[in-house]
Design a protein around this ligand. Structure first.
Ligand code: HEM
Length: 247
């Protein structure tokens, strides 16, 4: 069976569950890891000035203004993962949590060097301005499900929490254990959200060309587009959200 790692296929998108989900073979791994001195860390780090700024800002949905470190604490990540499992056991929310992780990550633009302008898994989807993007219809419900967990584990960034929830949902739905790494940095305010239009449209006039435009921008190829689209084996469309599907 072919095996290619998320790191190999899309280093810039690695923080997302979605890239990791394209692995075609799996091995046992430590479920929750932190980046520590990993070579990926520089991609995820902010300048110190930016980090300091991010400690003082509140978010739209957070009721607690807590200092934010630039790497989620490993013990908190492990506990948050257990809480996500409990959430999934008590409420069927696997599809929407996967979609949340993907939509936070899927704004990534490999051609933009600067963070956070390049988008990607950076927690920007917690802000109302981005939740209101057409493609994100309904995802506020996923955020509401995760907010109590975020409030409980203040050192876990939204960016990590979204990907942790997505990976855990894949696993709990019977999918593979995804070898995740953590240490994503949150954007600090709504002004750092990406502009609307980076996620793919459903039903564009030239679907193949459109998908290539969007996914190539993330550094992904045709095979990976197909593999990632397999996520739609989970969940469904809702007319009251995306306008697609049956009531
Ligand atoms: C290929 C381009 C893609 C398009 C155009 C697209 C579009 C859509 C649309 C319109 C919905 C229905 C949303 C609703 O009505 O609530 C949906 C649902 C969903 N999408 Fe995608 N999507 C794409 C790629 C992906 C990827 C890459 C993933 C994850 C790796 C993903 C995960 C999901 C999941 C899990 C749902 C079900 C959500 C639920 O049931 O609440 N999608 N997608």
């Amino acid at each position: 069976m072919a095996s290619f790692s998320a790191a190999a296929i899309a280093p810039g998108v690695l923080p997302s569950t979605t890239a990791a989900a394209t692995r075609l073979s799996y091995r046992s791994f430590v479920s929750v890891k932190c980046l520590g001195s990993s070579s990926f860390l520089p991609r995820l780090c902010l300048p110190q000035s930016e980090l300091r700024r991010s400690t003082s800002l509140r978010t739209s949905y957070s009721t607690v203004s807590s200092p934010q470190s630039f790497a989620s604490a490993p013990e908190q990540l492990k506990s948050a993962r257990e809480d996500i499992k409990e959430l999934l056991n008590s409420k069927f929310s696997h599809p929407i949590l996967v979609r949340l992780g993907w939509h936070d990550a899927g704004t990534y633009d490999k051609n933009i060097a600067d963070w956070p302008q390049r988008g990607g898994a950076n927690g920007s989807l917690r802000f109302e301005i981005e939740l209101k993007h057409g493609a994100n219809a309904g995802l506020v419900n996923a955020l509401k499900l995760l907010q109590p967990i975020k409030d409980k584990y203040s050192s876990v960034t939204y960016a990590d929490l979204f990907q942790l929830a997505s990976a855990t949902a894949v696993e709990e739905a019977g999918g593979p254990k995804i070898p995740m790494k953590y240490g994503r940095v949150d954007v600090s305010g709504p002004e750092q959200c990406p502009e609307e239009g980076r996620l793919p449209d459903a039903g564009p006039p030239s679907p193949a060309a459109h998908l290539r435009d969007v996914f190539y921008r993330m550094g992904l190829n045709d095979k990976e587009i197909v593999a990632l689209s397999g996520a739609h084996t989970l969940g469904r469309s809702r007319p009251d959200r995306s306008g697609w599907g049956k009531p």
